[in-house]
Design a protein around this ligand. Structure first.
Ligand SMILES: Cc1ncc(COP(=O)(O)O)c(C=O)c1O
Length: 372
């Protein structure tokens, strides 16, 4: 990755000659789409996360949308989700005409609070879309108990959490539908791409049909047995994904090292709250390094200094219910989810990627300290 001297980018992919080799093989094979490399990518991925079935798709958003369809989410249904996430977490069911209901997050983990979910259930509630925010596993068992008690579907948006572990097992192995994403800032990338894992063969077959224009298993190219989409990933991207999965353990370990260095470097800085720590039940897969500062004015002062010093940053994450299209369409306002809104006002993503070196991290810490 080319880097401007002195500048520290926010994120970047981690690639080597192996991806080039695998992509070249696909190009030379002539099987650029609907070929065997996609099948291999899916098999390898399913094995890595401990799920029996995986369906590769064109993006994380596409995967979430498809799971909303396989769970029968439709017009007029209410779906409970977290406000502290990327917009696609809510968009995926709005595409099907469902209405978002935001339940506030836990202030420590920034994941959806199961008690707030339970309080938001109405006779129209159809599903819960939960998120493992910044790679930290959400309270899956509690959410599953609530979903079972009320007959709701539960979808896990694990787009930021490949490699995370909940109660000793990788996310994806818990028995419910989960979605992973491969944009270049993620733990692994395919450029654009995503993966849906499921524990139901029937659902897996349906996902494969839906992503492929609704074609049936045995039908022809021009036979469409249901309303489908072109949400396919191609074999070129799948080849990149295989190269990335082959070094997943190395990537996860390197990212954990980067996070550990930040924790040490920032430990003495007053008013800089690090991401919440792991415990026996929750082991984070490091996606981003987001700190909470004391207030919005401090964050904006830090950002002004970062801009001047060419240090990458982002205001991860704005609360979804306060996005302009959400306010306009549903009338959402400040005060609906105070914990999420408070976090949104003062959280800041620092430069974070697999190959981030110690010297750059020291510079980030120094500039941050000078701005405070
Ligand atoms: C929590 C979450 N959900 C969904 C997505 C959507 O993934 P994609 O960009 O691959 O559509 C992302 C990606 O940024 C994400 O972080």
């Amino acid at each position: 990755m080319k880097q401007e001297v002195g500048a520290v980018p926010l994120s970047g992919p981690y690639l080597d000659g192996r991806e080039e080799e695998l992509v070249l093989e696909v190009l030379q094979s002539g099987r650029l789409s609907l070929g065997p490399t996609v099948d291999r990518f899916e098999e390898l991925f399913a094995e890595k996360v401990g799920a029996p079935f995986a369906a590769a798709v064109s993006s994380g958003t596409a995967g979430l949308h498809l799971l909303c369809i396989t769970h029968g989410i439709g017009a007029g249904d209410e779906v409970i989700t977290t406000p502290y996430s990327f917009a696609a977490t809510a968009n995926c069911f709005i595409y099907e005409g469902a209405v978002p209901v935001f339940a506030d997050v836990d202030p420590r983990t920034l994941n959806i609070d199961p008690a707030a979910v339970e309080a938001a259930i109405t006779p129209r509630t159809k599903a819960i879309v939960t998120v493992d925010i910044f790679g930290y596993p959400c309270e899956l068992d509690e959410l599953r108990a609530i979903a079972d008690k009320h007959g709701l579907a539960l979808i896990d948006d694990s787009c930021e959490a490949l490699g995370a572990r909940y109660k000793g097992a990788p996310l994806g192995s818990q028995g419910l539908g989960a979605v992973f994403a491969f944009y270049p800032n993620k733990q692994i990338t395919t450029g654009e791409g995503g993966m849906v894992t499921t524990h139901s063969e029937e659902e897996w077959r349906l996902l494969r049909s839906l992503r492929n224009q609704g074609r049936g298993d045995s039908g022809g190219w021009l036979e469409h047995v249901r309303l489908g989409f072109n949400y396919r990933i191609d074999d070129i991207r799948a080849a990149i994904g295989i190269g990335q999965l082959e070094k997943l353990d190395e990537i996860l370990a390197a990212r954990a090292d980067v996070a550990r260095r930040y924790r040490e470097l920032l430990a003495g800085l007053p008013g800089v709250e690090p991401p919440c720590a792991d415990d026996d039940d929750h082991v984070r897969s490091w996606f981003v390094y987001v700190v909470a500062l004391s207030d919005n004015a401090t964050r904006e002062r830090v950002i002004a200094t970062f801009e001047r010093e060419r240090i990458g940053f982002n205001r991860y994450l704005p609360s979804i219910h306060l996005q302009p299209y959400m306010r306009e369409r549903y009338g959402f306002r400040e005060g609906m989810c105070p914990v999420s809104e408070d976090a949104s006002s003062r959280t800041l993503a620092l430069p974070f990627f697999t190959a981030l070196d110690a010297a750059s991290q020291e510079r980030v810490a120094e500039v941050l300290a000078s701005a405070l």
